[in-house]
Design a protein around this ligand. Structure first.
Ligand SMILES: *Cc1c(COP(=O)(O)O)cnc(C)c1O
Length: 559
């Protein structure tokens, strides 16, 4: 079956060993493609090769991050294609090749993924490095990368024979230049170089756009001088009002203007985006995770026994309610011991299986507030002394240029040191797919403390839910939809208690940890397991990419 939908994403996470992603956006892209393969959705995906990856993270004793380049054996994972296409950057011709990866579903149906690469001997030295670093370099480097992804990507798909595309899906604004290329091609088809309003309408009919973040730094903007230099002579300059409102190239506005369907990644994120982009109609499709990928081995075996067919029909995870509690606990204990073995191998902390274990792992960005739980160290010591022991496991990389993100890691290390006599705390280097699998399945509680309303979705808590690990989170992103208080987990919120109205998020966190969560874990284990089971049954059955991709099919791809 030839592909009908082209999916463009700056990052796609496919497997351990391929450093072609930095965080949630890439993980979501990979999970979407895996679900598309399972559901036999005729889709083809395009990204950049990222020959030097994102980076290896090293943390010194003080918690200062040092980045090292990644070398990965591309040929072990990808097959080179012989097709070549060209784009023009600053009036130089840049040749592009593609490397193919096939994501195979259980039926044998596969989704081809193409990683674009400019490291070819005919290219100028500065152009050869354009597909080396994910989110590396300056704005000039980023714009050139986006020319390769958007304009080069469309040309490559055409060269590969994908000539019956009925939808182009821009996964975040990095790929918006797809629209410029389609406009130019539509004009050329009419024998001109002059873009008309009909061309714009035609491109809009083809394109759909998913916005992923309300954080301003997540929306690429380029000064017009720079755009003129890089894309000199492009016919898009005739339509300045459409392409360059605000006298900038704003990749988000370009995508908004050239798409007929736009969505945010959750209900709250839709509302926030609708306020940000008031002129446009924004729908929502709530994110998910790929169930077979993120379910740990012990839970895979348990589901195989009690929920036949769960991998192909994720809705059936609601039958998790039938699984005996003792077996849920046993599977969890196995996943937990695997994680603690890994932690104890990497540290000398000697973490204990019977100790309540809290996990927090995600990109180290200031708004995610990884150090919120350390706002009052004395309070935390008292909770542990009076109510029950805890141990904590952290992980996450900060973007090399994100100073405030790096400071979050630094502050967590300071707290680790200050608490070392009272609480065992690990910060693991190199957060990646494999570590995420261990962490989201192996802790007793998944903590999330973003600054409202900056978390568009978050997906790691969904991975945890599948493995019976409840979330304890600020009400933002997916948790607004996923939290049923005391049933699927807990909100870091005031619970309509007037006494709590003036309290900070940190104080609310301490109160509920001390009064509700720790007593439940240590003294009412059976009730705690009820919550674990409901995480699977209510949240695992819904927050998955099979359900999500079916919504994309219905709302964005085939209508
Ligand atoms: C799931 C995942 C993320 C995204 O987690 P959030 O909860 O959305 O922040 C980031 N990095 C890795 C390696 C992941 O597996």
């Amino acid at each position: 079956m030839t592909a009908k939908i082209a999916y463009f994403s700056m990052e796609i996470a496919l497997e351990e060993g391929m450093p072609t992603y930095s965080g949630g956006l890439g993980i979501l892209a990979g999970d979407s493609i895996r679900s598309a393969a399972g559901l036999k959705i005729p889709l083809v995906a395009v990204s950049l090769l990222h020959r030097k990856g994102y980076f290896h993270q090293r943390l010194n004793k003080k918690g200062q991050q040092v980045e090292e380049p990644v070398e990965w054996p591309i040929q072990d994972f990808l097959k080179e294609r012989s097709e070549r296409v060209e784009v023009t950057i600053e009036n130089r011709t840049v040749e592009i090749r593609a490397w193919e990866y096939r994501v195979q579903g259980p039926s044998g149906f596969f989704i081809p993924v193409y990683f674009l690469d400019t490291d070819l001997s005919d290219n100028a030295p500065e152009d050869r490095t354009l597909t080396h670093f994910l989110y590396g370099g300056d704005t000039h480097y980023r714009l050139c990368q986006e020319v390769i992804l958007g304009i080069g990507g469309i040309r490559m798909l055409q060269a590969l024979g994908f000539n019956q595309l009925t939808r182009i899906h821009m996964n975040e604004g990095h790929a918006s230049l797809v629209g410029l290329e389609l406009l130019e091609q539509a004009a050329a088809k009419r024998g001109g170089n002059d873009i008309s309003l009909e061309d714009v309408e035609q491109v809009r009919k083809l394109c759909v756009f998913t916005t992923h973040t309300p954080v301003a730094s997540g929306h690429d903007k380029f000064k017009l001088d720079l755009v003129k230099k890089v894309l000199d002579g492009h016919p898009a300059f005739q339509h300045k009002d459409l392409i360059f409102p605000e006298k900038m190239l704003n990749m988000t506005y370009l995508a908004l203007n050239l798409s007929h369907y736009i969505n945010g990644v959750g209900k709250r994120h839709r509302e926030v985006s609708q306020l940000l982009f008031a002129k446009y109609t924004i729908d929502s499709i709530t994110n998910g995770v790929h169930v077979p990928t993120w379910t740990s081995d012990p839970f895979q075996r348990l589901f195989d026994r009690y929920i036949p067919g769960w991998k192909n029909d994720n809705f059936t995870l609601r039958y998790a309610l039938q699984i005996p509690k003792a077996e849920i606990w046993e599977a969890h204990t196995e996943a937990k011991s695997r994680l603690l073995e890994l932690v104890n191998r990497q540290t000398n902390l000697d973490m204990q299986l019977d100790c309540f274990t809290i996990g927090f792992a995600r990109r180290a960005a200031a708004y995610k507030r990884g150090d919120l739980i350390f706002s009052d160290l004395q309070r935390l010591r008292e909770i542990v002394r009076n109510t029950g022991k805890i141990q904590l496991i952290f992980s996450g990389k900060a973007h090399p240029q994100d100073k405030s993100g790096k400071e979050v890691i630094f502050r967590i290390f300071k707290a680790i040191d200050a608490l070392k006599a009272d609480i065992k705390i690990a910060y693991l280097e190199e957060y990646d797919i494999d570590l995420a699998k261990h962490l989201t399945s192996g802790v007793d509680l998944w903590l999330n403390t973003p600054q409202v309303p900056l978390e568009a979705s978050g997906t790691s808590g969904m991975k945890a839910a599948l493995n019976g690990v409840p979330s304890f989170s600020v009400l933002d992103g997916w948790w607004i939809e996923g939290c049923i208080e005391g049933i699927t987990g807990w909100a870091i919120a005031s619970d309509n208690n007037n006494m709590h109205l003036a309290l900070t998020d940190a104080e609310l966190l301490y109160i509920k940890l001390e009064q509700v969560i720790l007593p439940l874990f240590y003294h009412h284990r059976s009730k705690f397991i009820d919550i674990m089971t409901h995480s699977i049954a209510l949240n695992g059955s819904f927050f998955n990419t099979d359900r999500m991709m079916q919504q994309y099919v219905m709302n964005a791809y085939f209508r």
